[in-house]
Design a protein around this ligand. Structure first.
Ligand code: SF4
Length: 439
């Protein structure tokens, strides 16, 4: 009988793609996926190790699996991903229930690890995290109608608060032909929305083509039949050039929703955090993007309590948000990550950082509500995702909603899941829209 495995994918969409690749490899090797670790021969926990909350979630998940194993309800535990990579020296000693550990350069070794733990062996493999990206097929777990498309690995930006470059290695772009082949396959399987991701997509191509190539990549992706939306996630603010702005403005398939994490707006904090531009550069960019791209939805990420953030600097951030009225914002209290320069710098305590994050959300809430209300009476294209029994509505997303982080549109109609349709918006509440499909 086939060995069974469960897979728990934690963290971000980039990690999810690695999970999807492992699903493919294990399926090819004859392993059968089951929904829960309870009763499985093995569980793979693909971890995130980015900030404290993510680490706690990963460790709790490992400990839950260890309980199952101890009770004889689970055969073995394999831990992969960022937590494994980051704490490779201590994790085996501290969590002896783990049977195999794979670093971020070793996803392709998952079958070897599964085979090993199924015969009772232990294994740890940490191949070079800076090696060229493995082009591994994957089993798509998102959708219907949309999928992530990872275009690069790693990061070279070395923002002072961020552990990603140390965990995930240097920036490596995938070859454009490989990305386009994958996108064409996704389109052929019914994907209409591609969500282009990497730690920093604006840097795409600088390593392998010696020039920024995101605009060209988007141009080529938009030629693929069946692709209707191209959504861009994680654009580094200082790396926008005219070619990219023109492409976003003129290419109808690029969704007018840009995710540009700025982290802060104060010059001395940005400098201290090794960000390359100033607050005025960010203000000028946002103004220019709004002028050039009608209907643009901006998303950003912010960190409160960064080293150097006193009351004045925090107030500057609040004033910026009140003035620029960014439609979508995520805010995180500063988490001093060991091994990063910022962790060694003086900063406010965690409670104060959290208090400031709450204040930011209080500023943002009415801005986001006003933005949602602005849809009422308008018709918008929606990608239909599923039928919700409780509300007896179809549920989908407009261009203003990215999966898992933004709201959704609840609407009456008969659109098939995974298809797009026009919806007239009749209501808005708590980030969610309601409406009716146009006949
Ligand atoms: S660009 Fe993003 S991933 Fe890279 S170091 Fe800065 S915050 Fe981290």
């Amino acid at each position: 009988m086939n060995k069974t495995f469960a897979l728990i994918s934690l963290g971000c969409a980039k990690n999810l793609i690695n999970s999807e690749q492992m699903l493919y490899l294990l399926d090819e090797a004859g392993y059968s996926l089951v929904p829960s670790p309870d009763g499985a021969d093995l569980v793979i926990i693909n971890t995130c190790g980015f900030i404290d909350d993510a680490k706690s979630e990963a460790i709790d998940t490992i400990l839950e699996a260890a309980e199952l194993k101890k009770a004889g309800k689970l055969g073995a535990i394999i831990v992969t991903g960022c937590l494994a990579e980051r704490y490779k020296d201590s994790i085996i000693d501290e969590l002896p229930e783990i049977d195999a550990i794979l670093g971020v350069g070793s996803y392709a070794d998952i079958v070897e690890a599964a085979d090993a733990v199924c015969i009772g062996s232990k294994l740890d493999l940490f191949r070079d995290k800076n090696a060229d990206i493995d082009e591994i097929p994957r089993v798509i777990t998102t959708g219907p109608g949309w999928a992530y498309l990872k275009i690069a690995e790693g990061c070279n930006n070395y923002c002072a608060f961020c552990a990603i470059p140390y965990i995930r290695g240097r920036y490596r772009s995938r070859k454009m032909e490989d990305i386009l082949d994958e996108a064409a396959e996704l389109a052929a399987s019914g994907v209409k929305e591609l969500i282009v991701i990497a730690q920093d997509i604006t840097r795409y191509g600088t390593d392998i083509y010696s020039r920024r190539s995101l605009a060209k990549l988007c141009r080529e992706l938009s030629k693929i039949e069946g692709i209707e939306w191209i959504r861009l996630h994680y654009l580094y603010p200082e790396a926008f050039d005219e070619e990219l702005i023109n492409e976003i403005a003129e290419n109808e398939k690029i969704v007018k929703y840009l995710d540009i994490p700025i982290q802060h707006i104060n010059n001395s904090i940005l400098k201290k955090m090794n960000r390359r531009g100033t607050g005025d550069d960010i203000r000028a960019l946002f103004t220019k993007l709004r002028e050039r791209i009608p209907g643009l939805v901006l998303r950003t990420s912010l960190i409160t309590g960064l080293p150097g953030e006193g009351e004045d600097e925090f107030e500057e951030l609040c004033a910026f948000l009140r003035e620029y009225r960014i439609e979508r914002a995520g805010v995180f209290p500063f988490s001093p990550e060991e091994g990063t320069p910022a962790a060694e710098m003086e900063h406010v305590d965690g409670d104060e950082a959290r208090r400031r994050a709450d204040l930011i959300m209080q500023i943002q809430a009415p801005i986001m509500d006003d933005f949602c209300s602005s849809f009422i009476g308008k018709t918008t294209k929606v990608l239909c995702e599923y039928y919700d029994d409780e509300s007896e509505c179809l549920v989908g997303r407009s261009y203003a909603d990215s999966p898992d982080i933004d709201g959704a549109v609840f609407f009456k109609g008969n659109c098939a899941e995974g298809e797009m349709t026009d919806v007239i918006i009749t209501g808005a509440e708590d980030g969610y829209l309601t409406g009716e499909q146009l006949c």
